[in-house]
Design a binder for this molecule. Structure first.
Ligand SMILES: [Zn+2]
Ligand SMILES: [Zn+2]
Length: 627
């Protein structure tokens, strides 16, 4: 099945905000013109979150210039400058922009296409512009914009053109919105899955292996295997049968499936095997159909649900590759459901219900459901008869209603072979991610001449559903890393308990404790490195391990454990806690904690006293409940 890889962000439809942003781009250009002489102006449109303007300047800008430009902009805003529009003839425009080569180029094009040419004048600044703008700068709040960065930009995006300097700004209607957005961006930076993926030792990409190809490191492989086990067990519990198929296939298969006609751009060049072309698979569907067709099927056997963690390879331009989110090799939690017409609605209800369960287990609570149907006017772009489409679209709607899901309909967004349901989630930062796709297919059953024996003894064409609930495991993991900020729930954490011996004398005890926990299927790691306790604690915190045990003399004697719980305020393990024996620490203790002033805290803060049994029970419960 085809997967949408787009990361969507809510677009602002706010007209007033658009005017504010666009007007600020003019004000910024005016400020830049006031500060630098002989500025050549490019263009200054609005963008998501704000605006930019391109300039040719006598010298390169640095970040230090931004506050000065911002200050000048604020001065201009207090001057209650009016924006006045005037339409002019090309000749007049050429005179007004006589010193502005980039504007002259635009005027030339507008004149050639006989488009109207207009200017907006705000105080001493005059700009070729179609608008719209605010009427007066007093409509622009002074405290809800910020110049954010400088970048190089070729005039009109073409490399052979001169390179201009672009200043980006962010703008909102209120100071609070700006602050929230800035905070969000900062948080998003901290949660960036590429940064966390490295810090948590989850995955890597190596140039010699190739762009867009993921190497899962040991800890990442644990995370991925937990995800895989969970979904596969759940799918099998719900009547799916696991299949496994090869990574390559003869061109005969992909000719028959239509991939070589409709999906060739997404496929890699063939390899020659014994004089025949083979391709790495971009999708799993044709393989599952072959499995279905190895025997004839009666209506009694349907529905048949095949599932596979199928690794596929798809061409993506190098420029769009992005960590785990956009890759060239990906593994789908794919499945194909083959059923009769009468079973269609129930199957869909089942898939939607399963989707909700799976996504909720991964900590997503808010969903958006999109039903993509055929466009009314361009039926010729779609395969299948009106009757088939009607049946399929009605089936999907019936299923959505049965599951009491709110949904939006998007016309003309269906795939060429059938309508589909896309499920998006909102992450903790309120960002929208398209995750699950459920697609109905008329095409492949026809192409492969699939059938089953109907009650009346005749052969009938079954319906086929493609569905991937996590989409690609790579991309889903990327989203999950950002959603949790790397602090995975216990069941997904590559290390569940980090055990830190205070000194050499405690190594053996720790190893035995680690062994006991491992015997309970708990992922415990004992840190026997010759580093200081403080360093190891910070290491564990950086790895976002849910539980940490620091073991000293006292713990060895005591029947209970002092369990440090992630996310609760960390305390200094030494000092007055009495939990550790200070004499066993290195003499460099003072230095050890120099970056982090010791807190005179007791056990109350973030450390919980538990018996070994209570601790093990707690963790096992969290793992079982997938929390
Ligand atoms: Zn498929
Ligand atoms: Zn403008």
């Amino acid at each position: 099945m085809k997967q949408s890889n787009n990361r969507t962000i809510e677009q602002s439809n706010n007209e007033n905000l658009e005017k504010i942003r666009h007007s600020l781009s003019h004000i910024m250009a005016q400020a830049v013109g006031d500060i630098f002489k002989d500025v050549k102006f490019g263009i200054g449109p609005t963008i998501e979150d704000g605006f930019y303007y391109d300039f040719e300047l006598p010298r390169p800008l640095t970040d230090k210039d931004l506050p000065e430009i911002e200050k000048r902009m604020k001065q201009l805003l207090t001057q209650k400058i009016e924006f006045k529009k005037s339409e002019v003839k090309p000749n007049e425009a050429r005179i007004r922009s006589v010193r502005q080569p980039y504007k002259l180029e635009l005027i030339g094009e507008l004149a050639k296409e006989k488009e109207p040419i207009s200017y907006y004048t705000s105080g001493s600044f005059d700009d070729l512009c179609g608008g719209p703008h605010v009427n007066n700068t007093k409509e622009i709040p002074k405290d809800s914009f910020k110049l954010t960065r400088i970048a190089g930009a070729y005039w009109r995006g073409k490399e052979k053109n001169p390179q201009l300097q672009r200043i980006y700004g962010m703008a909102f209607e209120t100071k609070r919105e700006l602050e929230n957005r800035l905070k969000m961006l900062e948080e998003a930076k901290n949660r960036d899955h590429r940064k966390l993926g490295q810090e948590l030792e989850l995955f890597m990409i190596d140039e010699e292996v190739g762009a867009g190809l993921i190497l899962w490191l040991p800890k990442g492989a644990i995370l991925r295997r937990e995800m895989e086990n969970f979904v596969l067990e759940e799918y099998q519990r719900r009547g799916y049968q696991l299949v496994i198929t090869p990574h390559i296939a003869s061109q005969k298969l992909f000719s028959k499936s239509g991939h070589l006609d409709f999906y060739k751009d997404g496929m890699y060049s063939p390899m020659d095997i014994d004089g025949e072309n083979y391709y790495v698979k971009p999708m799993n569907c044709p393989f599952h159909i072959k499995i279905y067709q190895q025997a004839s099927h009666s209506y009694r056997e349907l529905p048949i649900r095949y599932t596979e963690l199928g690794t596929v390879y798809r061409y993506e331009k190098s420029g769009v590759l992005h960590g785990l989110l956009r890759v060239r090799g990906l593994t789908q939690d794919d499945a194909h459901i083959i059923c009769t017409e009468e079973q269609l609605t129930d199957e869909l209800v089942g898939v939607i219900d399963l989707t909700k369960y799976i996504l909720e287990t991964f900590g997503f609570k808010k969903f958006k459901v999109i039903l993509s149907v055929r466009g009314k006017d361009n039926k010729k772009n779609y395969l299948g008869s009106d009757q088939e489409w009607k049946l399929a679209e009605e089936g999907l709607i019936k299923a959505l209603k049965a599951g009491k899901w709110d949904y939006q309909v998007e016309e003309g967004e269906a795939v060429f072979y059938g309508p589909k349901i896309d499920i998006k989630v909102l992450d903790v930062m309120g960002r929208e991610w398209q995750i699950s796709t459920i697609q109905l297919d008329f095409n492949l059953p026809k192409r492969f001449n699939m059938n089953y024996i109907h009650k009346n003894g005749n052969k009938k064409k079954p319906f086929m559903l493609h569905r991937a609930l996590l989409g690609s495991l790579e991309r889903f993991t990327g989203i999950l890393i950002e959603h949790y900020g790397g602090a995975f729930p216990t069941w997904l954490s590559p290390i569940q308990i980090y055990i830190i011996p205070v000194g050499k004398a405690h190594f053996k005890f720790c190893e035995e404790l680690g062994g006991k926990l491992k015997a309970e299927n708990i992922r415990a790691e004992v840190d026997l490195n010759r580093e200081t306790v403080g360093y190891k604690i910070r290491k564990s915190e950086k790895m976002k391990v849910p539980y940490m045990l620091v073991i000293g003399d006292k713990e060895m004697k005591s029947k209970s454990l002092n369990v440090r719980i992630r996310g609760q305020k960390a305390v200094n393990p030494v000092r007055k806690s009495g939990a550790l024996d200070p004499t066993s620490l290195s003499k460099k203790r003072g230095k050890l904690y120099s970056s982090q002033p010791p807190q005179e805290a007791g056990l109350s803060n973030g450390v919980k006293k538990m018996t070994q049994k209570a601790f093990v029970d707690r963790i096992k419960k969290e793992i079982d409940n997938r929390r």
